[in-house]
Every structure is written in structure tokens, then in C-alpha cells.
Design a protein around this ligand. Sequence first.
Ligand code: HEM
Length: 228
Amino acid sequence: MAPRVETMTKTRKLDRKSTQQLMRLGAHMAALYPLALLIWDYYQANLGADPVREILLRTGEPALVFLILSLAVTPLTILFGWKQLHPLRRTFGLYGFMYVALHFTTFIWLDYGLNLQFIWDGVVEQNFVLVGFAAFLLLLPLAMTSNKWSQRRLGKRWKTLHKLVYVIILLALIHFWWLVKNVYYMPFFYSAVVTLALLVRWQPVKQKALRFQRRFRNRKSGRSAPTS
Ligand code: HEM
């Protein structure tokens, strides 16, 4: 390889690596911010008249947001070709799980005092809690197998298992719709984002988006697009 081309390739690789590192750092900071704020507000006694409910709400929403973000990474890659985002799928998924685990812990510990009978009644007697609980249970195997070792061990079954994320997000949305009263714009907003993300994964839309992206990239680099 000519030295100039070699240097350019190296610079591009370095650029891609530092962009990826920056994005990862940004993702970690964004994911930890709600937790840091919650801890801060707890120590400042700034959680309002019903701190347990406040903690439930302030762990539930990030849980939903990060699960949806993990689902949105692939559609964003399809739409804009941002391949660097791909590693964030797992990061977002794991943060989603972390917030769900905190949410669940708040429910069983702070709200129901770890009393198994109370917890059982609380889960089965409130439909929205039952649905959230089902989402939590389904999320467990995904969190446990979200490492390279499990991916290798499970092979094709890993992909099938991780398709459960669609069911989990659907259950989480039902959980949210069910528990809100009167003001529905947040569940509506999240449902719209999920619908859009799923639509982009639908083959006809996906193919069109990929073709458009290829044509756009070819035009930018001055090449003509293939006719097929
Ligand atoms: C994937 C799993 C789950 C997700 C994504 C999720 C998400 C949410 C969201 C977004 C909220 C409302 C936050 C707000 O209004 O700002 C919420 C509230 C709540 N969730 Fe979950 N949740 C999940 C699982 C669970 C589980 C397992 C339980 C208990 C067993 C639970 C119990 C509750 C309760 C009690 C509330 C508060 C209701 C209220 O007082 O208004 N959730 N959750």
C-alpha cells in the first residue's frame, strides 16, 4: 500500500475508534444520569411526599427508554448508516435491565417490605403490575445471555431468544398504558417510537431505506448508483 493511502486508512480507523469511544462514553453518562440524580435527590430529601412511588416512577421510565433505545439502534443503522451505533445496542439493553431491576427491587423491598404474600397479592391483583412482572421475567434470560460466551454457545438460538425483546417492549408499553390515568401523551409517544422502529425493520421499508442510503452515499462519493 502507498504510504499516503496507508496513513489515510490509519487516520480513518483512528477517527472511527475515537468516535465510537466518545459515543460509548456519552451513552454511559446519559444512562447513569437518572440514577445519579435519583441518589442525589434521595440524599437531599427531595423525593416528595411519597418517595417510594417517586423512586418507582424514576426507575420505570429510564427502564422503558433504554429498552426502546436498544431496539432503535438497528433501525437507526438502517436509516442513516450509523454502523458505529451497533455496539450500543447491548449497552442500552443492559442499562434498561439495570433500571428494571431497580424498579422491581423498589417494588418488592421498599413498597412491599419483602413480604412474599404481600408481593404475590400485589402482583396478581393489579393487572398492570402483572404485565410488568411478565416483562421482567422475560428480560432475565436476555440479560443473562447478553455476553459473547453465551452468544457463541447458543449459536442461532441466541438470535431467536433475543427476539423476545419485542414481546418485552410490548408488555412494558401495556404496563405503562395501563397505569397512567388521564394524561396519555407519554405512553403514546413511546408507542409511536416503537411502531416507527418496527416499521423500519419491515423488509419492504428496510430495503427502500437501504437503497436510498446507498444512492445517497454514492452521490456523496461521486459514483453513480447501480441500476438494480
Ligand atoms: C420491563 C419491565 C418494566 C418496565 C419497562 C416498567 C416501566 C414503568 C414505567 C414507565 C412506569 C411509569 C413511570 C412514570 O409514570 O413516569 C412504571 C410504573 C410502575 N411500575 Fe413498572 N415497569 C416494568 C416492570 C415492573 C415490575 C416488574 C413491577 C412490579 C412487580 C412494576 C411496578 C410498577 C409500579 C407499582 C409502578 C408505579 C405505578 C404508580 O404508582 O403510578 N413495574 N413502570
